[in-house]
Design a protein around this ligand. Structure first.
Ligand SMILES: [Zn+2]
Length: 433
């Protein structure tokens, strides 16, 4: 396959390096990403609606796929988003590109009908897209998206589709970007969208794009992530597929490659134009000439476990995937335009000697660092989601860096806070395992 290396191309309107964007993208956390993939791929139990559950299959015709949508929605809600779980009708499509994983339209249709009659399939009940919005200063949208449904061998689809690479890696990218970016203000509106029904014909994204066009959504760019976890030769090549008939999509592809280079992520981007694939959700936006691209692992070094029960977390190249996720966050932060927080009118009242705290991460498994700056002795206290004090740390004053052991805390949301005088400051973190 012919590819174009972006490294040597100079473009007009070049992306400018921003230390703030670099700082924001560096908040991408490996533990957080791995936890999402382990949860989605059935490697570990999950909690949905407060009940213990697990997600062994995300095959679109399986009722369990809805559980995956609910779980994803809960994660976005935990990051502070209002989330829509939007139904769409999975009409069987027998035109256009044959969905990956099927040998013929006849095979797809037979499977669909058989499962419908056997009551195995929930179709034609709705399938679901999960949509979270981070409103910006204006309503122009920057979209990060990935499909959450999965597939495996025909005999296993209704019981086990780990789909760690395809496409828990993409879902984890979108959820991690949402977690990180939710803490900041943006000029443009960010949308984090997880599509259902991709493996059976891009159904969720087709429904979404059609409705978005009908609504008159002003979409600046769509960044679709589908399979960024496999790199067996550590050459760090990732492919960016652009619309061969749309210059804006091609510009978008080069812009993303430039972000990867400028921020020095360990990714070797290859922008594809004439050899690009239309077999993922970006193509549903191409149909309306909306600038969209696909980020995917190197076609020449592709997971051998594609659409099998062996597509597991343990097979993924995590450092490669994390660099891809940082790239997606850095691009989204560039495109949505970081907005300095408005200066609080009361800011002048806050003495520079006010106590401050900063956590090394908002996600913790065993240990987390807490930076404290306080002009007088303070005792940092950890509170659980109900506001109960669950741990008191060593009293400190001046500027210090404390190691906080969270290994005995149950999974959940916590705050660490310091008080003294009239001021109380706190910071939120989540314990995951
Ligand atoms: Zn996929």
């Amino acid at each position: 396959m012919l590819s174009i290396c972006i490294g040597i191309i100079t473009l007009a309107g070049a992306v400018e390096y921003s230390p703030k964007v670099a700082e924001i993208a560096d908040e991408v956390n490996t533990d957080s990403v791995v936890w999402v993939i382990a949860s989605l791929s059935g490697d570990k139990p999950v909690t949905i609606g407060g009940e213990p559950d697990s997600l062994p299959t995300r095959f679109a015709y399986s009722p369990d796929c809805y559980q995956a949508a609910l779980w994803i929605a809960e994660q976005l809600e935990a990051h502070g988003f209002g989330v829509e779980v939007e139904p769409f009708n999975p009409t069987l499509i027998t035109a256009g590109s044959l969905p990956l994983g099927w040998d013929s339209w006849e095979e797809l249709e037979t499977s669909y009908r058989t499962n419908l009659e056997a009551g195995i399939s929930k179709a034609p009940d709705p399938m679901w897209n999960v949509v979270a919005t981070l409103p910006g200063q204006d309503s122009q949208q920057v979209i990060l998206c990935a499909h959450y449904d999965a597939t495996s061998e025909p005999e296993n689809r209704y019981t086990y589709t780990p789909g760690a690479d395809d496409n828990a890696s993409g879902v984890a990218t979108v959820l991690e970007a949402a977690r990180v970016m939710a803490q900041y203000d943006w000029e443009h509106t960010l949308r984090f969208v997880l599509f259902g029904g991709e493996e059976i014909g891009l159904l969720g994204s087709k429904a979404y794009a059609e409705e978005a066009v009908e609504r008159g959504d002003e979409i600046l760019a769509v960044f679709n992530i589908d399979m960024i976890g496999w790199d067996s030769n550590d050459d760090a090549v990732m492919d960016i597929h652009t619309d061969p008939t749309n210059q804006a999509s091609q510009d978008l592809g080069y812009e993303i490659a430039e972000v990867m280079n400028i921020y020095d992520y360990n990714i070797d981007p290859e922008v594809l134009i004439h050899e690009s694939t239309d077999r993922s959700d970006h193509a549903s936006f191409w149909a309306y000439d909306i600038p969209a691209i696909l980020l995917i692992e190197d076609w020449d070094d592709f997971t051998p476990f594609y659409h099998t029960t062996n597509d597991k977390l343990s097979t993924l190249n995590k450092p490669y995937m994390i660099e891809g996720i940082k790239s997606a966050v850095a691009w989204a932060a560039t495109r949505a335009v970081y907005h300095e927080e408005p200066v609080d009118a009361d800011e002048s009242l806050v003495n520079d000697d006010s106590p401050r705290i900063k956590l090394s991460s908002q996600i913790a498994t065993d240990q987390i660092w807490l930076e404290v700056r306080a002009p007088y002795p303070v005792t940092p206290v950890i509170y659980d989601a109900a506001g109960r004090s669950v741990a008191r740390l060593t009293p400190t004053s001046g500027t210090s860096r404390l190691s906080v052991d969270v290994s005995s805390l149950p999974v959940g949301v916590y705050w660490v806070g310091i008080g003294g005088g009239e001021i109380f400051v706190s910071s939120r973190f989540v314990v995951v395992r």
